[in-house]
Write a protein that binds this ligand. Sequence first.
Ligand SMILES: [Zn+2]
Ligand SMILES: [Zn+2]
Length: 275
Amino acid sequence: MWIGAHVSSAQGLTAAVKTVIEMQGNTFQFFTRNPRGGKARALDSEDIREANKLMKINNFGPVVAHAPYTYNLASAKKNVRAFSRLTLKDDLLRIKAMGVPYLVLHVGSHGGQGEEKGLALVGEGLRGLLTDLPEGTMILLEGMAGQGTELGYTFEHLVQIIQACDGHSGLGVCLDSCHLTGAGYDLADLAGFKDEFEQVVGWERLKAFHLNDSLYPLASKRDRHAKLGEGHLGLEIIKKIVRDPDIQKVPLILETPHDNLGYAQEIALVKKISS
Ligand SMILES: [Zn+2]
Ligand SMILES: [Zn+2]
């Protein structure tokens, strides 16, 4: 099982890996650049080499990069879409250089244009990016809770985008137990949720899983993460999730409201309840 947390990479990749090793994790997630946008730090090949060496020695699983929240391929504004595409392209080249396979992307917000229009714009933006996707990298569409005019809160949205890209093998999905709850997928019925995902999207598309409890109840359309066992999911459901053999195949990333010490304790908890 690969378990880790979202950690800062502000001090470089090696420092992030060391933080994760201290937490007893074997995967992690980091922002490709400041989550509110901005310039990315220069790549340091020595740092990347050292980080990859440490990850190999410590049997790390695939690592996950997360795109900033400011990207919006569904925006009505052409300049926002163009900025999102350009920076995504740069992010993909950066993660390729880092040896990181996955870039998680929020599907986007239609901002009042309507879901169909928004989804079509996302498909268009991704098609452009996928034509020269760096080898060994994938874009993971993140399943969302459905706040505001957010897209990607149903499995149908996700598959519609994948189909608009002719089922490109460079597109995967990242699910989040908090977002699924907000969107109305009841994880208490794990088998039912799994059947639906398998039928609509297909299990082979799942490449990462954000493990968070949800501050708000089922179908709240709210995205507020809670510590494991302190939200509407509770430890019994979390336990079912982390024991599931299909979910165990992908990196599990904690994005709960914790500092690094809290993450270390939560990683220990997940290990304990997963076996
Ligand atoms: Zn996210
Ligand atoms: Zn969230």
